[in-house]
Design a protein around this ligand. Structure first.
Ligand code: PLP
Length: 432
């Protein structure tokens, strides 16, 4: 059993100065479970009590090469010497934009921001300006950041199709009801629903926004057929297709899921893995659409184009572009799946995987849920208990099955072996 005494004591201090004692609500795991981190290196984290963890959360994806990667940090230090931000531009912006374009052909033009939220917010604004239509259609169970136009979800718990469309609810308080009419949802991989939605709302809707692998819904993935059919419907109804690759970009493939599925969005967004953890994001897309920026659409911010983040992005992307790091990461994921399956199979525990090798979801059922409606009705009690045991043994996975397991280049064979050994113990403890 881990000792969390120092974290518990720190929490009591932190809560007096910060709501929930943290900087992001998702980092609050309960008064006596919230962990404070001392440092991270490679695929490992150490908390302030000295507990060591092999981490499969990776800050929700950014640490694609591993924490404190010397190659990236060295570049970031050089970026620091440039001076930070100037309320003027640097040559480095063009260099990184060109790299992004080379790796992601749909990124004809590129603009940088600081977070995934900002990138998606910009993409929707550009889509509204280009189409003259304010609404957007999202996929049930998707997540696109913490701004009001996307902080809505379909309440499909205790809902059945005979009730009509599921109710849309805000994620928490303070989300203005006035933006609700802009937001629509469809179930994943259901092209008829999308067509019905477009038939009904296309005059009001400027964008179809989709995460191709839902990083906040345990890695449920859009099929290629669905993405191609959705692409065609977007063209038919004059709606822009925005692929949100904030989690998948520069992770599942050099050119993102769009390159794996060979589907070309009008706009796309990237963040997490682009700079191995330094804060930077991208909105990119078709030249004629992106030219709206500067031609009526506001985009910018004090910290956009920060020299440290750009230098880190340049080096991270160079590594991802020129080495087989992503193939190595996918191999680690594949080996982990094989090992987990052997352990679970030996005990007759039904299970399946979703997502991609580098961000895999694990379900304790014979078949993966097809969409968010299935997912909310899945029994994840076993997963939740198992996650707690894994934490106690020093394996950090998301406390619930919402997030997939993320892999990085630093998850070497030693990490995998240690994880499998502890996973086996955690399963047996959970079963007993
Ligand atoms: N889009 C997707 C697909 C995400 O997964 C996230 C964050 O998890 C965001 C957007 C928002 O990014 P950020 O947390 O950097 O604002």
């Amino acid at each position: 059993m881990r000792c969390l005494e120092k974290s518990n004591n720190h929490f009591k201090k932190a809560i007096t100065r910060m709501p929930l004692g943290v900087s992001s609500n998702f980092r609050y795991w309960g008064d006596d479970k919230t962990i404070y981190i001392k440092r991270g290196k490679g695929a490992r984290l150490w908390d302030i009590d000295g507990n060591e963890y092999i981490d499969y959360r990776l800050a929700y994806g950014p640490a694609i090469l591993g924490y404190a990667d010397e190659r990236v940090d060295e570049a970031a230090r050089k970026g620091m010497e440039i001076g930070g931000v100037f309320a003027l531009s640097t040559e480095l912006e063009y260099e990184v934009a060109t790299r992004v374009h080379r790796m992601v052909p749909a990124a004809e033009l590129v603009r940088f921001s600081n977070s995934g939220t900002e990138a998606v917010m910009a993409a929707l604004r550009i889509a509204r300006a280009h189409t003259g239509k304010d609404g957007h259609i999202c996929v049930e169970g998707g997540y696109h950041g913490v701004f009001t136009e996307v902080l809505w979800y379909s309440d499909v718990e205790d809902w059945s199709p005979k009730d009509g469309d599921p109710e849309l609810l805000p994620y928490g308080d303070g989300v203005p009801a006035i933006v609700k009419p802009l937001f629509h949802t469809v179930p994943l991989n259901d092209i008829e629903s999308l067509e019905r939605m477009l038939q009904r709302w296309h005059k009001d809707v400027g964008a179809f926004l989709i995460e191709p692998i839902m990083g906040n819904c345990c890695g449920l993935a859009a099929t290629r057929d669905y993405m191609l059919a959705a692409r065609a419907l977007c063209d038919k109804y004059g709606v822009l297709m925005i692929i949100d690759e904030v989690k998948t970009g520069f992770r599942v493939a050099k050119g993102g899921v769009q390159s794996l599925l060979d589907v070309r969005p009008d706009l796309c967004t990237f963040a997490k893995a682009i700079a191995n953890g330094y804060p930077i994001s991208v909105v990119a897309g078709r030249e004629d659409i992106m030219r709206n920026v500067g031609d009526g659409v506001v985009h910018g911010g004090t910290f956009t184009g920060h020299s440290v983040s750009l230098a880190a992005a340049n080096r991270t992307l160079q590594i991802l572009e020129e080495t087989d790091a992503l193939a190595t990461i996918a191999r680690y994921g594949a080996e982990m799946k094989k090992g987990l399956s052997q352990i679970l199979g030996k005990r007759g525990i039904e299970h399946c995987f979703t997502g991609h090798e580098s961000m895999m979801g694990l379900f304790f059922s014979e078949d993966a849920p097809g969409d968010y409606r299935d997912w909310v009705n899945t029994d994840y009690a076993f997963y939740d208990s198992l996650a707690q045991e894994l934490h106690d043994l020093g394996i950090l996975v998301e406390p619930d099955s919402r997030e997939p397991w993320f892999f990085c280049e630093a998850h070497d064979v030693k990490c995998l072996d240690e994880t499998l050994d502890k996973f086996e113990r955690a399963v047996d403890i959970t079963l007993n």
